[in-house]
Design a protein around this ligand. Sequence first.
Ligand SMILES: [Zn+2]
Length: 129
Amino acid sequence: MRKAGIRLSNTLVADLLFKAKVFGLILSRDTEKALELLSQRYGVAKPKLMVGMPKRHSKKLACYVAKKRTIHVSHREILHNPRIILHEFYHHLRNVTDAQRGIEKYADKFAENYSQAYRIVSARRDFNE
Ligand SMILES: [Zn+2]
C-alpha cells in the first residue's frame, strides 16, 4: 500500500533522485562521477577539476576558469563540498551554453536546489525502496 502523503509525479521523483544522487556522490568523495552525470544530463563537456587556485583568485575557496573549463578548489576537502562544486558547475554550464558566467545568486540557487533534493530524499526512505 502507498504511504499517506503528497504523491509526486514520476518526473519529479526522477528529478529529485538524480539531484540527491549527485549531491551524495560528491559528499562520498566521488566528485568525478558526479560531474560526469551532471555533464551528461545538461549535455555539456565535463569540466576539469584541479586542486590549487590560479594566482588572482588565491583568496577564494574555489573558482571556475572559463578559458580552461576548469573548476579550481583551494584544498582537497573542497572537492567533497557539494554546494561549492555545484556552484562552480553552474558557472561551467552557463559558460558552455551561453558564454556567460551566470549570476552568483543563481549559482547558489542551483546548488541549493540539489541540496534540498538530497534532504528530501534522505528523509523519505520510501523513495529508495
Ligand atoms: Zn560563483
